[in-house]
Design a protein around this ligand. Structure first.
Ligand code: SF4
Ligand code: SF4
Length: 289
């Protein structure tokens, strides 16, 4: 295979504050939870934690799909743990978090794709701390959309996030189990059903897409009512994952953000180190950029 591209100097990983990481790790272990922040060794960890934000992965750490950009293990997942929402709520209270992102692996084995578990998590978090803001970052619920929307409506989040990840031309290579239009329909139908809850989506750049293709995707998102957008650089988790084809420059990220605002997105976070959950609270309030 081709030698890896050299990382440009704008991909600098900010080292996390060790005390903050240590505390989070201890609470997570105690409650038997997984945080994406810690497991993905996210470069924004200290910044997010100091703002009271973190991303938790529920429904286990084994995925029924295998996307070649993703570091999550593939296999047969365990049944959902009915105690997990309560443990999540305890961990969030203990860590004093104000804005929580709840995400999961893909659960094609469940009738509602895990949507009922998401709703249970939102309900438990709100019951424990009424002022909490919860964003859910969900799989596509492909083939289970009606059941999933029904289940999610039991406890709507403050933000509904579902990532398109890449442009349609690259779906077969990047999201082999997914379908571009199914993902767009999920965003549109959530918005129709849960009026007033902002919807959000994101893409990883640097997988071989053109900037023109990215602008087309942004237009499709707007046509499906999507309110908030994140654009970040794809980074290869290991040599066995999809290679980085290109490092998009900070200037290009800024131009795309400007184009997105002109298209009517309520807010946009666009930059090399932006992750789907980065600056989520500020983005909701319209302050990130
Ligand atoms: Fe966690 Fe997301 Fe912040 Fe990274 S950007 S530390 S994954 S909340
Ligand atoms: Fe990773 Fe999500 Fe793909 Fe599963 S569906 S492999 S968690 S990106």
């Amino acid at each position: 295979s081709a030698p890896a591209l050299r990382k440009p100097n704008w991909i600098r990983v900010k080292l996390a504050a060790p005390e903050a990481v240590g505390k989070v790790r201890a609470v997570l272990r105690e409650q038997g939870l997984h945080s994406v922040c810690e497991e993905a060794a996210c470069p924004n960890l200290s910044e997010c934690f100091s703002h009271g934000t973190a991303t938790f992965m529920v429904l286990g750490d084994i995925c029924t799909r295998r996307c070649p950009f993703c570091d999550v293990a593939h296999g047969k997942p365990k049944p959902p743990d009915a105690e997990e929402p309560a443990r999540l709520a305890r961990a969030v209270a203990e860590l004093g978090l104000r804005y929580v992102v709840v995400t999961s692996v893909d659960r094609d084995d469940l009738r509602d794709g895990g949507a009922g578990h998401f709703a249970a998590c939102v309900a438990a978090l709100r019951a424990a701390q009424p002022s909490i803001q919860v964003e859910i970052l969900t799989p596509d619920f492909r083939g289970r959309l009606d059941a999933a929307l029904e289940a999610l409506a039991a406890a709507p989040p403050d933000v509904f996030n579902h990532n398109l990840e890449t442009v349609p031309r690259l779906y077969r290579a990047v999201r082999p189990g997914a379908d571009y239009q199914v993902s767009l329909d999920l965003l549109r139908r959530f918005r129709e059903r849960m009026a007033g809850v902002p919807t959000k989506s994101g893409l990883m750049l640097g997988l071989g897409e053109t900037l023109e293709e990215v602008r087309e995707v942004m237009a499709h998102l707007r046509a499906h009512g999507c309110d908030l957008l994140t654009l970040g650089q794809y980074l290869q988790p290991s040599p066995d994952h999809l290679p980085v084809i290109r490092y998009v420059t900070p200037e290009e990220f800024a131009e795309l953000a400007e184009a997105a605002r002109a298209m009517g997105f309520r807010d946009v976070a666009s930059g090399p180190l932006v992750r789907s959950s980065y600056g989520a609270e500020q983005l909701l309030k319209g302050g990130a950029g």
